[in-house]
Structures are given as C-alpha cells and as structure tokens.
Design a protein around this ligand. Sequence first.
Ligand SMILES: *Cc1c(COP(=O)(O)O)cnc(C)c1O
Length: 386
Amino acid sequence: MPNKEMLLIPGPTPVVDEIYEALAAETWAHTDPRFVSVFANSLKLTKQLFNTDGEVFVIAGSGTLAMEMAVVNVLAPGEKLLVISQGYFGDRFVPLAQTHGIQVETLQAEWGQQVDPGAVADKLARESFKAVTLTHVDTSTGVVADLAALVPIIKRSGALLILDGVCAAAALDEDMQKEYGAPDYKIDLVLTGSQKAIGVPPGLAIVAFGPRALAAREARGLVGGYYVDIKNWLPIMENPGRYYATPPVNMIYAFNRGMEIVMKEDLPRRYRRHEALGKAVRAALSTYGMKPLASEQAAAPTLTCFLYPEGVDDLAFRRALAAKGVVIAGALASLAGKAFRIGHMGNVTGEMFSQAIRLMGETLTEMGHAVNSEAAVAKFREVYQF
Ligand SMILES: *Cc1c(COP(=O)(O)O)cnc(C)c1O
C-alpha cells in the first residue's frame, strides 16, 4: 500500500496499487511487440472512453500540452477563437491561443457561476468563430459546464467545439458521438491529462479528435510546432510500433492499467459514482459551515471549492490537516486564503472520504471551531449510497 497520505487535491488524485505496480514494471523497448500491444490496448480503451470515431493521441506531457495540441491543430494564425471561461483554466486558453497568433475573444462567467447560454447565443449570432473552447469542469471554481444547453448553441453556429475535459474525463460523460439535439451537434475535440479523474500519475497529454477536427487539421497547412502537430503522430496512433518520438513506456503501462480500471468499473456507473460522491461531500462539509462556491445545480461531480467559515485560517487548517495525512488544495486568485479546493474524483472510495471528513472536523475543533464530525460522517454516508 504505497499511499501514506490521502491526496484530495484536484489532481493528481490517489493512485491505486495496481497502477503503481504497472508503473514499476521493467522498461521494455518502445518497439517491443509486447509494449506495442499494451500501447495499442490503451489507445483502444481511450477511444471507447470518448466513444470517438476519430483518433486519439496519448503523448508525454501534461494537460496543458493537450490544450495546445487541440488549439493549434485546428486554428491557423489570424483565425478566430471564442473562449468560454468559467475560471482560471478557461482563461488559460487566451494566452495559449494568442501565443500562436490566433484572434481570441472571451466570454467570462463570474467565478462560481455558469456562463449564461443566452450570452453565448448572442455572441455567436453576431460574429463567427472557427472554434469555441469550453472547460467541462473548471478546477478553480468547481463549476461544471452545462453541455446540454451550450453544445447545441455552439454547434448551430458552425464552430468546432473544443472541450477541456482535464478535470472531467472518466468522471463525466464526454461521448463524442452523442447528438446534442441534431445529428451533427457533437463535441469535436476532447482533451485531458492522466492525473485527474483517470487516476494515473501526471505525465500524459490525451486528446481525442473527432472527424470534423481531423478534417480541420487536414485543411490547415503548416502547424506552428513540431511535437504538437497531430499529423506527425497519426501514423504512431494507428500503429504504435512506429517511431516518431519515444513514448514514456512506463507511463503507458500505468495508463493502460488505469484505463482498464475505468472501463471495468463501467462508464455509466463511474459517472453516477462521481455524481453521488460530489453531492455527499458537499452535504457533509456544509454541516461544518463550509459553503460551496458553486450552487448545487452548477456544482461539479469531481471537485468542490469551499468557502471557509468565518475566522478559519486557510494555511493553518491545511497544514494541520496534512499532518493528519489529508492533503487538500488552496484556492486561486481572489479566493486565495478564503476558500479551499477538495478533489473527489478518480479511484477514491467512500471509506476514504468518511475518514477525511472526520479528520477535517477534528482539525476544525482543535482550531477552536467546534463541529460535530460524527454527524458530518453520518451525513456523508446517508447521501453517498454507493
Ligand atoms: C489541471 C487542469 C489543466 C492543466 O493541466 P496540467 O496537467 O496541469 O497541465 C487544464 N484544464 C483543467 C480543467 C485542469 O483541471
């Protein structure tokens, strides 16, 4: 049992023993047929995760590389991108795209709120964009994007839809063949990293290109980057025995194992588990006077940003909790010091959260804010029927 701590930050998430074991296996040649079959299997499972009839790319890097691959392969310098932002990671697309000479406009929701679909519809009715980025779950705020409302609006405009699924893939449905109201209203591109809801250590950028996104790359000339150009990777993803740049062999072992765990749990069940876990964590910690930044309707199943009760010192609380073995994250930007973020995604269990909720209550009580940990744990168990 290598994990000595409960890593409940919004990624990396706790890694289960089977994945550590895969990671620690002997490093084979990247061209060894045994490795090639592991790599091929992980790609097959990734295609199933997104149910794409396009192509997936699994490459050494982090979620940010996946964001960059998504953007630069479909947008040429001078073309227009609309960034729909519900927080810090939504905003990240702005300088990223500007670096590549792309013209960016932004629609920003107030932190903690979902973007108004009416405002998106107005914007897209007035101007045309080659692509739109949307962050499925913004990790700074714990706000989930309303795909049912937004996908039809975006697709009606003819733009390509790039979905940042870094804090969502394998915890929320990102089916790329799902029709959102019309046969061609589908998500064109989804990207993620290995370390969040998939539950594998950090190190892989994962991007799925649907048919329209692949066609957009094909129609585009030279891409301003060598490692990020999917055309260079296509032959490898079709046949992982070919060489372009050395794949991170051990990370692929770990990722393959991680994807097997995800698919074995069964996607609809995994999505329901995250939904229930999010609800239960919010219900339990609310009994301590902690207040989720997002409303229940906008709250993500994968992580929550909680405002502290009056008078709780952020650093002191997180330090004392870490000393008990539970690691949570601070909040970003203007919320720093006033809120914390707790991840509830990936290969985590109800038992872990019962324990973490109890330890959070004990920490608060020791800091002079007496709360009832037993009642909070009971609340958690009552809501998390899983
Ligand atoms: C974590 C995260 C990223 C950045 O991923 P890195 O692996 O840190 O590069 C991007 N978008 C979202 C929504 C994230 O949660």
